[in-house]
Design a binder for this molecule. Structure first.
Ligand SMILES: Nc1ncnc2c1ncn2[C@@H]1O[C@H](COP(=O)(O)OP(=O)(O)O)[C@@H](O)[C@H]1O
Ligand SMILES: [Mg+2]
Length: 258
């Protein structure tokens, strides 16, 4: 079992979008995937499945306290060689932050039992540098950081890297940083270009060799709970599908390389 977290302590960067596509692509490759929604807003849960879902059957909270539940396997409206199961996120997750006796190591200690038999676990944290993001970093084998090339996003990357280093030192020396994935890039913006160039100079090994542009077909696909590359017609949609797929392929190749 390999575990990956899409991490950045800001909202709107593409964590849930990327988590969703990693889960879909790995399942398309025949893998058994468990997606763990650590955000009270439940975006990952909704991105993956737009039908009725019983949020009491497999609440992510049970990965932190109480008896451990098993993930719910999704009956998706399109066929995949493998499978996607989900631990659903909802507002009860704030209990993790508010209960001091729930430790950040709980997720790591309980995930093996919950996700037994899974090939890949995808962890989707909330947009804060809090206990749940830390728990995900402690439990993960790999971390990838999607970010929007804007000053506010890039300014927080130092704090995020410090947190990752701390977690590696104190809990999880094997955590591998895959890198930074630029998302929602506007190719016509010279600001975006400059921020990416500066990052490339400051941390040449961190920026992944591909990026995802901002396109409504990406958010549109999430709104109908489908991978953006599925049945993509129209030039813009096809480009978006190819970009997201390329980034996910690269990430999964790193995760499953022998
Ligand atoms: N490349 C993109 N182009 C257009 N919209 C995007 C793109 N990536 C993400 N989005 C949309 O932006 C919003 C925020 O993305 P999301 O993945 O939920 O961010 P986060 O989980 O980091 O808060 C969602 O509506 C999502 O569908
Ligand atoms: Mg999210």
């Amino acid at each position: 079992m390999k575990t990956i977290v899409c991490a950045i302590q800001k909202g709107g960067q593409g964590k849930s979008m990327l988590s969703t596509h990693l889960a879909f692509l790995a399942a398309e490759q025949g893998r058994s995937v468990v997606a763990v929604d650590l955000d009270g807003q439940g975006t990952l849960t909704r991105n993956l499945f737009d039908g009725e879902i019983d949020r009491d059957a497999s609440p992510t909270l049970s990965l932190f306290s109480g008896s451990i539940r098993r993930p719910t396997t999704l009956e998706l409206p399109f066929s995949l060689k493998g499978s996607v199961s989900v631990m659903t996120g909802d507002r009860r997750l704030v209990q993790i932050d508010e209960t001091p006796k729930i430790g950040a190591e709980a997720l790591r200690d309980r995930l093996g039992e919950c996700a037994a038999g899974a090939d890949l676990v995808v962890l989707d944290p909330p947009p804060t540098l809090g206990k749940r993001l830390r728990a995900a970093l402690i439990a993960a084998d790999f971390v990838v950081m999607p970010f929007v090339p804007a000053r506010e996003s890039v300014d927080g990357l130092g704090d995020l890297m410090d947190t990752i280093e701390e977690v590696k030192r104190d809990y999880n020396p094997g955590l591998q940083v895959i890198g930074l994935l630029a998302n929602k890039v506007n190719s016509r913006s010279s600001f975006d270009r400059r921020i990416l160039d500066d990052l490339q100079d400051a941390a040449p090994d961190m920026l992944l060799p591909m990026m995802i542009h901002e396109r409504t077909s990406v958010s549109g696909a999430m709104a109908i709970s489908r991978p953006v590359w599925l049945g993509a017609t129209g030039e813009s949609r096809q480009k978006a599908g190819a970009e997201v797929r390329k980034a996910c392929m690269h990430i999964l190749q790193t995760v499953f390389k022998r």
